[in-house]
Design a protein around this ligand. Sequence first.
Ligand code: ATP
Ligand code: MG
Length: 160
Amino acid sequence: MGRIIVFANRKGGCGKTTTAVNAAHALTSHGRVLLVDMDAQAHVSIIFASAPHPENTILEVLEGRLALTEAISPSRIAGLELIYSSRNLGAYELGVGPDDEQALVLAEQLIPAQSLYDYIIIDPPPTLGVLMVASLVAAREVFIPMPMHFLAMEGLAEMM
Ligand SMILES: Nc1ncnc2c1ncn2[C@@H]1O[C@H](COP(=O)(O)OP(=O)(O)OP(=O)(O)O)[C@@H](O)[C@H]1O
Ligand SMILES: [Mg+2]
Protein backbone atom coordinates (compact mmCIF):
# COMPACT_ATOMS: atom_id res chain seq x y z
CA MET A 1 0.00 0.00 0.00
CA GLY A 2 1.36 3.41 -0.98
CA ARG A 3 2.29 6.10 1.51
CA ILE A 4 -0.08 9.09 1.42
CA ILE A 5 1.81 12.30 2.20
CA VAL A 6 0.58 15.91 2.41
CA PHE A 7 2.74 19.03 2.62
CA ALA A 8 0.44 21.40 4.46
CA ASN A 9 0.54 24.72 6.25
CA ARG A 10 -2.15 27.23 7.02
CA LYS A 11 0.34 29.91 5.95
CA GLY A 12 0.53 30.78 2.25
CA GLY A 13 3.71 30.89 0.21
CA CYS A 14 5.78 28.75 2.58
CA GLY A 15 6.98 26.19 0.02
CA LYS A 16 4.21 23.56 0.06
CA THR A 17 3.91 23.22 -3.72
CA THR A 18 7.66 23.51 -4.35
CA THR A 19 8.30 20.74 -1.81
CA ALA A 20 5.47 18.54 -3.12
CA VAL A 21 6.63 18.81 -6.76
CA ASN A 22 10.30 18.19 -5.97
CA ALA A 23 9.61 15.37 -3.49
CA ALA A 24 7.28 13.74 -6.05
CA HIS A 25 10.00 13.94 -8.73
CA ALA A 26 12.72 12.65 -6.39
CA LEU A 27 10.55 9.76 -5.14
CA THR A 28 10.17 8.42 -8.69
CA SER A 29 13.62 6.86 -8.14
CA HIS A 30 12.00 4.76 -5.35
CA GLY A 31 8.67 3.83 -6.94
CA ARG A 32 5.51 4.97 -8.70
CA VAL A 33 4.23 8.39 -7.62
CA LEU A 34 0.84 10.11 -7.88
CA LEU A 35 0.72 13.89 -7.26
CA VAL A 36 -2.72 15.33 -6.47
CA ASP A 37 -3.31 19.08 -6.93
CA MET A 38 -5.98 20.14 -4.40
CA ASP A 39 -5.43 23.90 -4.76
CA ALA A 40 -7.63 26.21 -6.89
CA GLN A 41 -4.45 28.19 -7.64
CA ALA A 42 -3.55 25.07 -9.68
CA HIS A 43 0.20 25.63 -9.29
CA VAL A 44 1.06 21.94 -9.77
CA SER A 45 -1.08 21.90 -12.90
CA ILE A 46 0.60 25.07 -14.20
CA ILE A 47 4.08 23.67 -13.49
CA PHE A 48 3.38 20.49 -15.45
CA ALA A 49 0.90 21.62 -18.10
CA SER A 50 1.33 25.45 -18.30
CA ALA A 51 -2.38 25.90 -17.47
CA PRO A 52 -5.11 24.31 -15.35
CA HIS A 53 -6.95 21.49 -17.09
CA PRO A 54 -10.53 22.31 -18.12
CA GLU A 55 -11.87 18.80 -17.36
CA ASN A 56 -11.05 15.41 -15.74
CA THR A 57 -9.75 17.20 -12.63
CA ILE A 58 -9.96 16.66 -8.89
CA LEU A 59 -13.12 18.81 -8.95
CA GLU A 60 -15.11 16.16 -10.85
CA VAL A 61 -13.76 13.55 -8.39
CA LEU A 62 -14.86 15.56 -5.34
CA GLU A 63 -18.27 16.16 -6.93
CA GLY A 64 -18.70 12.41 -7.51
CA ARG A 65 -18.84 12.74 -11.31
CA LEU A 66 -15.56 10.85 -11.92
CA ALA A 67 -13.65 8.09 -10.13
CA LEU A 68 -10.22 9.25 -8.94
CA THR A 69 -8.50 6.58 -11.04
CA GLU A 70 -10.26 8.00 -14.15
CA ALA A 71 -8.83 11.48 -13.46
CA ILE A 72 -5.17 10.37 -13.55
CA SER A 73 -3.04 12.02 -16.25
CA PRO A 74 0.52 11.18 -17.34
CA SER A 75 3.37 13.65 -16.81
CA ARG A 76 6.59 14.17 -18.75
CA ILE A 77 8.46 12.51 -15.85
CA ALA A 78 8.64 8.70 -15.98
CA GLY A 79 6.96 7.13 -12.94
CA LEU A 80 5.06 10.31 -12.00
CA GLU A 81 1.34 10.71 -12.71
CA LEU A 82 -0.91 13.63 -11.82
CA ILE A 83 -4.42 14.60 -10.89
CA TYR A 84 -4.95 18.15 -12.08
CA SER A 85 -6.74 20.88 -10.20
CA SER A 86 -9.47 23.18 -11.50
CA ARG A 87 -9.77 26.93 -11.03
CA ASN A 88 -13.40 26.18 -10.04
CA LEU A 89 -12.26 24.42 -6.85
CA GLY A 90 -12.61 27.76 -5.04
CA ALA A 91 -16.30 28.02 -5.94
CA TYR A 92 -16.74 24.34 -4.97
CA GLU A 93 -15.25 25.03 -1.54
CA LEU A 94 -17.53 28.02 -0.97
CA GLY A 95 -20.53 25.91 -1.99
CA VAL A 96 -19.94 22.93 0.30
CA GLY A 97 -18.70 24.71 3.43
CA PRO A 98 -17.00 22.80 6.27
CA ASP A 99 -19.03 19.61 5.76
CA ASP A 100 -17.68 16.40 7.40
CA GLU A 101 -18.85 14.04 4.63
CA GLN A 102 -17.20 16.12 1.90
CA ALA A 103 -13.99 15.91 3.88
CA LEU A 104 -14.08 12.11 3.51
CA VAL A 105 -14.48 12.02 -0.29
CA LEU A 106 -10.77 12.25 -1.13
CA ALA A 107 -9.80 9.60 1.44
CA GLU A 108 -12.41 7.17 0.05
CA GLN A 109 -11.47 7.88 -3.56
CA LEU A 110 -7.76 7.31 -2.83
CA ILE A 111 -8.33 3.73 -1.56
CA PRO A 112 -8.10 2.03 -5.03
CA ALA A 113 -5.13 4.26 -6.02
CA GLN A 114 -3.15 3.16 -2.95
CA SER A 115 -2.48 -0.26 -4.48
CA LEU A 116 -1.28 1.35 -7.74
CA TYR A 117 1.31 3.76 -6.29
CA ASP A 118 4.19 3.67 -3.80
CA TYR A 119 3.71 7.35 -2.96
CA ILE A 120 0.65 9.58 -3.20
CA ILE A 121 1.49 13.24 -2.58
CA ILE A 122 -1.19 15.87 -2.02
CA ASP A 123 -0.70 19.63 -2.55
CA PRO A 124 -3.43 21.43 -0.55
CA PRO A 125 -4.40 25.13 -0.52
CA PRO A 126 -3.18 27.37 2.33
CA THR A 127 -6.70 27.91 3.73
CA LEU A 128 -8.21 25.71 6.45
CA GLY A 129 -11.34 24.93 4.41
CA VAL A 130 -12.80 21.62 3.26
CA LEU A 131 -10.03 21.06 0.66
CA MET A 132 -7.30 21.28 3.32
CA VAL A 133 -9.34 19.18 5.77
CA ALA A 134 -10.00 16.56 3.05
CA SER A 135 -6.24 16.45 2.33
CA LEU A 136 -5.38 16.00 6.02
CA VAL A 137 -8.05 13.29 6.48
CA ALA A 138 -6.77 11.38 3.42
CA ALA A 139 -3.07 11.61 4.31
CA ARG A 140 -1.20 9.29 6.67
CA GLU A 141 1.83 11.60 6.93
CA VAL A 142 1.84 15.40 7.24
CA PHE A 143 4.92 17.54 6.65
CA ILE A 144 4.69 21.24 7.50
CA PRO A 145 7.16 23.32 5.47
CA MET A 146 7.98 26.50 7.33
CA PRO A 147 10.23 29.49 6.66
CA MET A 148 12.13 30.50 9.79
CA HIS A 149 10.27 33.63 10.87
CA PHE A 150 7.76 34.65 13.51
CA LEU A 151 4.49 34.75 11.51
CA ALA A 152 5.23 31.33 10.02
CA MET A 153 5.43 30.04 13.61
CA GLU A 154 1.85 31.33 14.07
CA GLY A 155 0.75 29.23 11.08
CA LEU A 156 2.48 26.20 12.58
CA ALA A 157 0.69 26.66 15.90
CA GLU A 158 -2.67 26.85 14.12
CA MET A 159 -1.89 23.72 12.09
CA MET A 160 -1.05 21.77 15.23
N1 ATP B 1 13.15 25.97 0.15
C1 ATP B 1 12.94 27.16 -0.42
N2 ATP B 1 13.83 28.15 -0.32
C2 ATP B 1 13.62 29.34 -0.89
N3 ATP B 1 12.51 29.68 -1.61
C3 ATP B 1 11.58 28.73 -1.73
C4 ATP B 1 11.72 27.43 -1.14
N4 ATP B 1 10.61 26.71 -1.43
C5 ATP B 1 9.82 27.53 -2.16
N5 ATP B 1 10.40 28.73 -2.34
C6 ATP B 1 9.82 29.86 -3.07
O1 ATP B 1 8.77 30.39 -2.27
C7 ATP B 1 7.68 30.80 -3.10
C8 ATP B 1 6.41 30.12 -2.66
O2 ATP B 1 6.57 28.72 -2.83
P1 ATP B 1 5.33 27.76 -3.07
O3 ATP B 1 4.46 28.24 -4.18
O4 ATP B 1 5.90 26.38 -3.15
O5 ATP B 1 4.55 27.94 -1.69
P2 ATP B 1 3.13 27.41 -1.28
O6 ATP B 1 3.19 27.21 0.20
O7 ATP B 1 2.72 26.26 -2.11
O8 ATP B 1 2.21 28.67 -1.62
P3 ATP B 1 0.58 28.72 -1.60
O9 ATP B 1 0.22 28.84 -0.15
O10 ATP B 1 0.27 29.95 -2.40
O11 ATP B 1 0.09 27.46 -2.22
C9 ATP B 1 8.07 30.46 -4.53
O12 ATP B 1 8.55 31.63 -5.14
C10 ATP B 1 9.16 29.43 -4.36
O13 ATP B 1 10.07 29.46 -5.45
MG1 MG C 1 0.96 25.98 -3.21
